[in-house]
Ligand binder design. Structure first.
Ligand code: IVH
Length: 672
């Protein structure tokens, strides 16, 4: 059936969907990124030449459409109920007794699943095609967020069943973000001075509410299915439904287990309570469901929750306590972070007395005041944070918090630059900054000096051996004092001094990153070095000149220029230079006509303004090289829509990432 082109398009779509499934659901890819990209390229090409064969379930159509102003409201065909909570064994045995009594006679089984801490969504498929994605809302009505949901790769645009699925199918599940992705995103936001997300759940929720699906597509959202409703079907139980969901192409409650008794349920709960931190995502309990669909019907629902299911929460990792004060902590680039001082409270196995408050806006938004009863939360491996206020318990006479004007460590003025969430201590001699800077300088990704970790830096700073990063290269003069310090001896001192000496050979980009200039991460450092090639040239560049580099915005430019205006910093760099630290890019300067000479580019995803071939030609005309795979030799990764795994790889390796706009600016700038 169909013309050869139709056949090829349909085969390509099927192949790509299969590979998506292998990659995103099974986590077992069977082809390389390059091969995948080639299939995608071929499909796009055919589709653009045959617009009449376009189809919304094509893998090329995940990100589409224009930003919406408001999400349409939709009514759920069957209300999305919530679950009653239980907190201990006795509660769960009560639940089990109610189930047994209501069912009268006959055996029943439970399915236990993890309770994912994300955002519930409902997906509706008609004749196998995804036609709607919606939030839970109030359970009866939610927001239609179809364009956003379509960008999530673990959600099939078309059900993968062997035989086509007729009629309407509703799949419900949770959209979530892993802790690692969440941490990475927040680190990037922090570096850029942007507002931070509170936890993975909030950031998944915030992302789903974004108006522009293209932005959503770039955020690492995942989906897990835990509920299926079909117009017709012959499955007897929920456990079978989970299997069916997997056949349809969803990740579906991988850890689900059939339990024959409430004792097994309790066993499952204990097991996962102990193992929860080993999962890449947050869970806050388990969900217990009566397996048989017939028995589920029989049990029915009361008010807003079903009688056939219950949430069995883990011991809380949040607690209430009194906020006794707000103090300030100073980081290595002078970032001033407010810290909650708390009346001691036992939480998740430890006594908590301090928690982060993020920044001034966070305190203002929640209206957190000294004297308040606050809610403190502790996630997987993160530091505790204040997540809410019990306003009804607020004592009289509290006052809104005003951010102090001075650094608590050195007493210098602190300032909050426009458009930034943080205050900064501007005194680079501030003792709090000194230790932080040295640690960063010696750390991984920077000068990588083995043996000079947090504990050693602390020791050396306290002993007066280190005051600035340049002092590191004078350590050999203090060998006698060094070996006398606790935990140090001839051998370890020798190793450390060797590592210090080794570090002088690190490439210039590492050195620039190691300086710890505000807003200059590893990627930006590389970009600066590519353009200036020597520390001297970088030092003397005015902000306007820095800003001309694609990928360097005004905030970064001003920060770099300001760093080098400071006399102390100039002196510091001179001392590093005298110690033999790399001060110039080793590669020869590029010829004028070949401004991108020696630079290796990798393109991932689809560019809007030109084909991949055209982009390659342009790069090569300017002396650049287009490679297919990301490695340590890659200088830039250019990211179009629907990027592949190369983007993640680039991030992992700290390679500079350019979006299409930046890439075009690079091309035009390089032409000048
Ligand atoms: S089943 C009627 N299964 O918990 C059953 N829910 O308070 C409806 N949740 O809104 C839900 N993991 O967001 C179910 N394995 C799981 C779940 C789960 C997390 C969330 C879901 C729901 C809330 C219920």
């Amino acid at each position: 059936m169909g013309t050869p082109v139709e056949k090829e398009i349909s085969s390509l779509r099927q192949q790509i969907l299969d590979h998506d499934y292998r990659y995103y659901v099974l986590a077992r890819p069977s082809i390389s990124d390059e091969q995948y990209d080639a299939l995608m390229r071929r499909l796009r090409d055919l589709e653009s030449r045959h617009p009449e064969l376009a189809s919304p379930d094509s893998p090329t159509q995940r990100v589409g459409g224009q930003p919406t102003k408001e999400f349409p409201t939709v009514t759920h065909a069957v209300p999305m109920l919530s679950l009653a909570n239980t907190y201990d064994e006795a509660d769960v045995r009560d639940f089990d007794r109610r189930v047994r009594e209501a069912l009268g006679s006959g055996p029943y089984r439970y399915v236990c699943e993890l309770k994912y801490d994300g955002v519930a969504v409902s997906l509706v498929y008609r004749n196998g095609m995804l036609i709607r994605g919606a939030t839970r809302g109030d359970g009866v009505q939610g927001d239609d967020i179809t364009p956003n949901v379509r960008t999530i790769r673990s959600i099939p645009l078309r059900l993968r069943a062997a035989t086509p699925v007729a009629g309407t199918v509703e799949v419900r599940g949770e959209v979530y973000m892993t802790r690692t992705d969440f941490d990475r995103m927040n680190r990037e936001r922090e570096e850029a001075g942007e507002k931070l997300f509170i936890n993975p759940r909030n950031s998944a929720a915030g992302t789903l509410k974004l108006q522009d699906p293209r932005v959503v597509a770039r955020r690492p959202l995942h989906f897990v299915a835990y509920f299926l409703r079909r117009e017709s079907g012959d499955a007897a139980g929920h456990f079978e439904h989970l299997q069916l969901l997997r056949e349809y192409g969803f990740p579906a409650s991988d850890q689900a287990r059939l339990c024959a008794s409430v004792d097994e349920v309790i066993g499952y709960w204990k097991e996962w309570e102990a193992k929860r931190d080993s999962l890449p995502f947050d869970i806050d309990g388990i969900v217990v469901k009566v397996d048989s669909l017939r028995q589920q019907d029989e049990l029915g629902a009361i008010a807003k929750s079903p009688r056939w299911a219950v949430a069995f929460k883990f011991t809380s990792r949040s607690a209430e306590t009194t906020l006794t004060g707000i103090t300030l902590q100073v980081g290595r680039v002078g970032t001033v972070t407010p810290v909650a001082e708390l009346a001691p409270v036992f939480l998740g196995g430890t006594t908590v007395t301090r928690a982060t408050l993020h920044n001034e806006d966070y305190i203002r938004e929640l209206d957190i005041r000294v004297g308040d009863t606050v809610i403190v939360e502790k996630g997987g491996d993160v530091i505790p944070k204040v997540s809410g206020v019990r306003k009804e318990k607020r004592p009289r006479g509290t006052r809104a918090f005003r951010f102090p004007g001075r650094c608590p460590v050195c007493g210098d003025r602190i300032e909050r630059p426009a458009d930034e969430a943080n205050y900064y201590c501007e005194n680079s001699d501030c003792p709090a900054q000194v230790k932080g800077r040295i640690e960063h300088f010696a750390g991984r990704g920077a000068m990588d000096i083995e043996g000079l970790g947090e504990a050693a830096v602390d020791q050396f700073v306290s002993a007066g051996l280190l005051r600035t990063i340049a002092d590191i290269y004078d350590l050999h003069r203090h060998r006698a004092e060094l070996v006398k310090l606790e935990r140090w001896g001839e051998k370890s001192a020798q190793n450390l001094l060797g590592a210090v000496e080794q570090s002088t050979k690190r490439p210039l980009a590492r050195v620039v990153f190691a300086l710890g200039i505000r807003h200059v991460g590893a990627g930006v450092a590389q970009l600066l070095v590519q353009n200036f090639r020597t520390m001297e040239a970088l030092r003397d560049a005015p902000a306007e000149e820095l800003e001309r580099i694609p990928g360097v915005g005004p905030r970064i430019a001003e920060s770099v220029a300001r760093y080098f205006r400071d006399r102390h910093n100039r002196l510091l760099v001179e001392r590093l230079s005298a110690a033999g630290v790399t001060m110039a890019e080793h590669k020869p300067a590029a010829a004028q006509t070949q401004p991108l000479a020696g630079k290796v580019f990798v393109i991932t995803g689809t560019l809007e303004s030109m084909s991949r071939e055209a982009a390659k030609d342009k790069l090569e005309a300017l002396g650049g090289k287009a490679a297919s795979g990301v490695s340590r030799n890659t200088d830039f990764v250019i990211v179009g829509s629907e990027p592949g795994s190369k983007l993640a790889k680039a991030r992992e390796l700290g390679i500079r990432i350019l979006d299409e706009k930046e890439f075009l600016r690079l091309l035009s700038g390089a032409n000048l």
